[in-house]
Each structure stands twice: as C-alpha cells, then as structure tokens.
Design a protein. Structure first.
Length: 286
C-alpha cells in the first residue's frame, strides 16, 4: 500500500478536526453552558458563534478552525476551546494532535494506589518477572517472580537506585557496565518530560553522591527513549537467564509503566525459570 503524500496527511487531519469539533459542539445545549436558548435551532447543539463567545475568540476564526482551514493556533486558544466545549483530558489531547500541536504534559498528580486489577495482572504474569514503575522510577508494585529473579529486597524502592547501588543486583547482571549508559539515557529522557518536578532534582543529587558510575554518565547528556531492552541475569540457583523487557504505559496513570519480562526464546530461560519458580513455590497463577 502506498504511503500517503505529505499533502494528504494534513488534509486528513483537518477533516478529522472539523468533524471532531462539530460533534463536540452538537452534544452541548445552551443550558449546559449557561446561555439563553436563542430560539428554534435547525441543528442540535451550540452554534459556532456561541462557542466563539464562550472561548473568547472571533467567530470567523473559530469558523475557519472548524472548517479545517490552515490557520495558526496556540495552546492557550485551544485550551479556551477545551473549556467552552467541556472536553475531558483525552479529548483535549486529541484536539491538540488534530491541530498539529504537541499535547501538553499531563499534570503530575498524587500517587495512585495500585488497584486490585493491576495487582492481579502482575500475579498472573508469574512465573515471569513484572512490576509497575512510576515517573521517578519508583516501584509501585513488584510480583514475587521479580523479587526472586532479580534479587530485589525490602530496601529496593527505585529502579535507578537499585541498578547503581544494589551490590547483589549489579553482580547478577551479565552486562551491567555495557547497559548502564542506556539506563541513564532513558532516565534523562524521562526527567525532561517533567522539568518542574523537584523530586527529580533530589533523586539526581542523591545518585551523583552515591554512585561514581552515575556521576560519570550523567554529564554526558545522552538520551534514549527505548521501550524495549534485553536483560541477562546470572542467578545463583537457576544459572543464566535472559529476558526481553517491555515497558507499557498505563494510560490512566500518567508517567507510570507496567514492565514485563519475557524469557528470550532459544536461551533455555523459560525452562530454568519454571524450575526455579516451582522450587520456590511461585508457579504461574491459575
């Protein structure tokens, strides 16, 4: 199938923007937004001029936007339209994308407790390791397989800290030194997503003081956005285990990821892992 031409892609996006704004407008009534009815309406919902008044923009400009014309828009104006049309967070992000702007970073909220449903996902992934990691790389939850395979203990609360300061964990990794630059590069990419979060400054300062290796790598300013990685472990009881790690963002928890480790095919990891978990009484959940 041929790829769309550069001209067709913006055109399709403007069509989607037109239909999106029209349907969002149609679901609201004047009463919903505290405006008088204004008489009989040929079509349901708010009129374009009413949306323009609510958003504080010109009627012609809003009409051009809804018609999908190639006009300049700003985040402030889009947010005014978001408020006028009573859009939720997902709809706001969608509007930004259709308008050709990067969606604003989701606001950092308080830590959200791990739900029973998410805990059951972690348990069901056993005997394979899995955990939930927040935006600061803190562990939100860890399944028993991850504790057994990676040697995480009660004092392990943060992926980055454990990677550089947990002696047992470091000694088990088959390519610790080779992987360390990429770990720091991925962490720096995450830091950039939250420039006003002071917790990152505190964490980086602590790591610079605690780890010479981190202190050597951090000033390089390397970044990486990889969502997949390979991790090799020399387990004292199971021998060499090689996993493919996949990070899955949790849409309802901004900044949090579900990290799943799967035995790499052809390495014998699956068989050795199952034997280890069976000996520990941590076989797969039924």
């Amino acid at each position: 199938m041929a790829s769309p031409t550069p001209a067709s892609t913006p055109g399709r996006r403007r069509e989607e923007l037109r239909d999106f704004l029209r349907t969002r407008r149609a679901r609201l009534t004047p009463a919903d937004v505290g405006m008088p009815d204004g008489g009989r309406r040929r079509t349901p919902g708010l009129r374009r001029e009413e949306v323009a008044v609510l958003a504080g923009v010109g009627v012609s400009w809003y009409t051009w936007l809804e018609q999908g014309r190639d006009i300049k828009v700003s985040g402030d104006v889009l947010d005014a339209i978001v408020r006028a049309l009573r859009l939720d967070g997902a709809e706001r992000e969608h509007l930004y994308l259709l308008a050709g702007l990067n969606p604003p970073q989701a606001e950092v909220g308080p830590a959200v407790p791990i739900t029973p449903e998410l805990r059951r996902v972690l348990d069901a992934w056993s005997p394979r390791p899995a955990y939930v990691r927040d935006r600061h790389w803190n562990f939100g939850a860890i399944n028993d397989a991850a504790r057994e395979v990676f040697g995480y203990g009660d004092t392990d609360h943060n992926c980055l800290v454990s990677y550089f300061t947990n002696v047992r964990y470091r000694s088990m990794l088959t390519h610790w030194a080779e992987a360390a630059p990429d770990v720091v590069a991925r962490f720096r990419a995450d830091v950039a997503r939250y420039p006003d979060d002071p917790e990152f400054d505190r964490l980086v300062a602590d790591m610079l003081a605690a780890s010479p290796e981190f202190a050597e790598l951090w000033p390089r300013h390397e970044v990486s956005a990889g969502a997949q990685a390979v991790k090799g472990i020399r387990h004292p009881d199971a021998g060499e285990l090689i996993f493919e790690a996949t990070l899955l963002p949790l849409a309802d928890r901004p900044g949090q990821h579900l990290v799943l480790y799967n035995p790499r095919p052809g390495t014998g990891t699956q068989e050795r892992l199952e034997k280890l978990m069976a000996r520990r009484g941590l076989a797969a959940a039924s």
